[in-house]
Design a protein around this ligand. Sequence first.
Ligand code: ITT
Length: 211
Amino acid sequence: MMEQLLLASNNEHKHREFIRLFPGVSVVLPRELGLDFDYQEGEESYLVNAIGKGMSLFRQAQGQGGNGPLPVIADDSGLSVPALRGEPGIRSSRYGSKPGQPVLEAPQRNLYLLDRMDGIQDRRAFFVCCLVLVLGENRYIIVQETVDGTITEAPRGANGFGYDPLFLFPHSGKTMAELTDDEKDRISHRGRAARRMRALAASEGGTTGWT
Ligand code: ITT
């Protein structure tokens, strides 16, 4: 497994989760290496966005790694509500925001989603997390995972981030924001994806080569 991993994100919450999910690896954000990283995401799929973020930062960071290019990990994730035809989905981070206006903060975005769900009985939802580990210009490891839950009637809990206060695990009666960090990591979409990624990366020999 690599010693340092560059996370293709500007999301501090994701950063904290990756530090927990990749113990023994130094997970750094682009700005910690003096890189100004800003990737314009599209609406095709989580996979396309994750590869786009990962490849663009990998190229931008070439030469930063001392002993060769630094491996880059990218996360594209979101929440889907089937009764809303998959919304917020790929637009999760800017859901409810109007073009040309500042992106809504998470609490406002959550109220917007609750409003959209007013009167809807089928409150099933799932989170998706696509992770792409870029080991070289033509070498990737890709995993994508989900976790199922339902949408609450009102936000609950102060841990986590984003839609966590709305995402309920009916069997425990707790929202994702009412779980401890360890509990979230054990069951979340990102936790499941990261464990699969770690297993695949551990089976990897050298991290970079001619190809
Ligand atoms: P980067 O692209 O810089 O990584 P981002 O926040 O824009 O950060 P995404 O484009 O992947 O990330 O959008 C994911 C959004 O989905 C995120 O902003 C949250 O609103 C939501 N989300 C993803 N994972 C979540 C989680 O574990 N808990 C709650 N909400 C989550």
